[in-house]
Design a protein around this ligand. Structure first.
Ligand code: ATP
Ligand code: AMO
Length: 465
């Protein structure tokens, strides 16, 4: 008996006997002699029909089948039968499977927390009775396994995979190698304030807040161009739509030949390659997500014009021109970042832009000051739809100056001896950046909440499932 994949079946198989293992998406009994089962494998569905016959299918069997819960996994043996008219509820719509035998492979112990149909309705369209999804995000996350089965979520995580894949492909093609740095650390890697402390035998350790130190040490070890895709831990009590306590960092670091713009430009080329790759190779998945989360198409600038790159000062001026008081713009807070995103969109028609040359005091200790104005720095943030997706900079490679900057930011150089040693042994000029994978995914698709872009999200209030 041959196993069949629903996606490969069509009217051309009329008369074939097939064995299919699938979930019951929904079922509908018609009288006591007939039940329709909508069978699903991944994204594909087909209608199957179990009907009382003289010798093979009994009334009891139809009753039993009609009582199976949605989402049960069954094995059916049946005959492909061409359907006289298209079946609206199935993706393979020109056939029906006439079931001869049916086995239950895995049933459900509990009732489903919500139906996949309910979970698949639009979340952003104006509320229309019966059409708007009533399944709250918290309910979804509490029952994440069922939630993840929706077509939308299947597409979201295929796109998450695609971003990582495109990131790797681009960097592999540009002379980078992938590294794996330790997540257990003896000291904080960013600032002491947001680090998780864990027991480590008789003492304690910290979970890495970024691969910052390790990727710079790899440069000191002459790896020249490195990247990492790995978990990043932040003990920030930030209950927002864009903060997680554990997220996936896409990090890279590279040697600079002449100017830190080399790094900024490589990062920019990489983002555009990712955006293009998503649009070209994953149009189907983007469209599926778009049915549940209607979003204006993500826009970026291609060609000669290049990516819009503002200096921090120019960004502040844009906001001041729009009526924001200059006094509060020593730093640009989340609200003003979003406002800037809207201004940029209106003026330059792009959802993707860069801010360069941040004031030095806003950046971490390892950031290189601007040689022309030491109050500024050779650092940049990248934005999508007015929200930060990347932070990066040229780094200080002089050990004496680095130790000085550490002290100025309240970091004890003795606590980072291993890191400083790398510079004492000679380290070339270098720079890099770190990206939040879930933020890129959330903003590209406009999912409005980072938890939707994380398989099993971790935030200050959620450690389960
Ligand atoms: P980075 O950590 O690299 O700076 P980020 O985007 O996470 O990136 P944060 O510095 O953590 O930025 O915070 C940036 C903004 O997020 C701040 O302007 C702050 O107002 C806002 N923010 C942080 N935590 C909260 C919170 N719990 N509620 C509201 N806003 C918050
Ligand atoms: P930063 O702390 O800005 O920089 O982090 C880099 C990027 O990571 C993402 N991000 C987050 N995503 C989800 N939840 C969070 N709590 C969170 N915090 C940050 C953002 C951010 O742009 N070492 C530097 C990078 C570098 O200079 O190379 C760093 O970690 O998208």
């Amino acid at each position: 008996r041959k196993r069949a994949d629903i996606s490969t079946l069509s009217a051309q198989n009329d008369g074939d006997h097939v064995l299919i293992r699938a979930r019951i998406q929904t079922s509908r009994a018609q009288g006591s002699k007939m039940v329709f089962l909508n069978l699903r494998q991944r994204q594909d569905t087909v209608q199957a029909l179990l009907q009382v016959t003289d010798n093979t299918v009994s009334k009891q069997m139809v009753k039993w089948a009609a009582g199976l819960q949605d989402e049960s996994i069954v094995l059916v043996f049946g005959t492909v039968t061409k359907s006289p008219e298209p079946i609206k509820s199935a993706t393979v719509d020109d056939i029906e499977i006439h079931i001869g035998e049916l086995w239950l492979i895995a049933g459900l112990e509990d009732r489903l927390p919500f139906s996949l149909d309910d979970a698949s309705r639009s979340e952003t369209a104006p509320e229309i009775e019966g059409q708007f999804s009533r399944v709250l995000l918290d309910t979804r996350l509490n029952n994440r396994i069922v939630d993840l089965r929706t077509q939308t979520n299947q597409a979201i995580f295929k796109l998450q995979h695609a971003i990582g894949d495109l990131f790797r492909e681009y960097l592999n093609g540009n002379g980078f190698i992938e590294i794996h740095s330790p997540k257990l650390q003896g000291a904080a890697t960013e600032s002491g304030a947001s680090v998780f402390k864990v027991g480590y035998f008789k003492g304690s350790a910290f979970l890495a807040q970024s691969p910052q130190l390790a990727k710079q040490m790899a440069i000191a070890a002459d790896f020249e161009r490195v990247y990492e895709i790995g978990p990043v831990f932040r003990a920030e009590d930030s209950n927002t739509h864009r903060h997680l306590t554990e997220f996936i960092g896409l990090d890279l670091e590279m040697v600079i030949e002449e100017h830190y713009h080399e790094v900024r430009e490589l990062l920019d080329g990489m983002f555009k390659t990712i955006f293009r790759g998503l649009r070209e190779k994953y149009a189907k998945e983007i469209a599926v997500v778009g049915r549940q989360f209607e979003a204006e198409e993500f826009k970026w600038r291609e060609g000669e014009e290049g990516t819009l790159t503002l200096t921090f000062k120019q960004a502040v001026d844009l906001l001041v021109e729009d009526g924001v008081s200059r006094e509060i713009l020593d730093d640009i807070n989340t609200e003003n970042e979003r406002r800037l995103g809207r201004l940029v969109k209106a003026k330059y028609d792009t959802d993707y832009f860069i801010i360069d040359k941040f004031p030095l005091e806003l950046r971490p200790f390892y950031t290189m000051p601007d040689p022309e104005d030491p109050t500024l720095s050779n650092s940049y943030d990248f934005f999508m739809r007015g929200e930060e997706i990347l932070s990066g900079a040229q780094r200080i490679h002089d050990p004496v100056f680095l130790a000085e900057q550490m002290r100025a930011k309240g970091v004890d150089p003795d606590s980072m001896k291993g890191y400083l040693d790398g510079f004492r042994m000679g380290c070339p000029p270098h720079g890099g950046g770190g990206i939040g994978l879930e933020r890129v995914l959330m903003l590209f698709l406009k999912l409005n909440n980072i938890r939707r872009a994380s398989l099993f999200p971790r935030d200050p209030k959620r450690l389960e499932p």
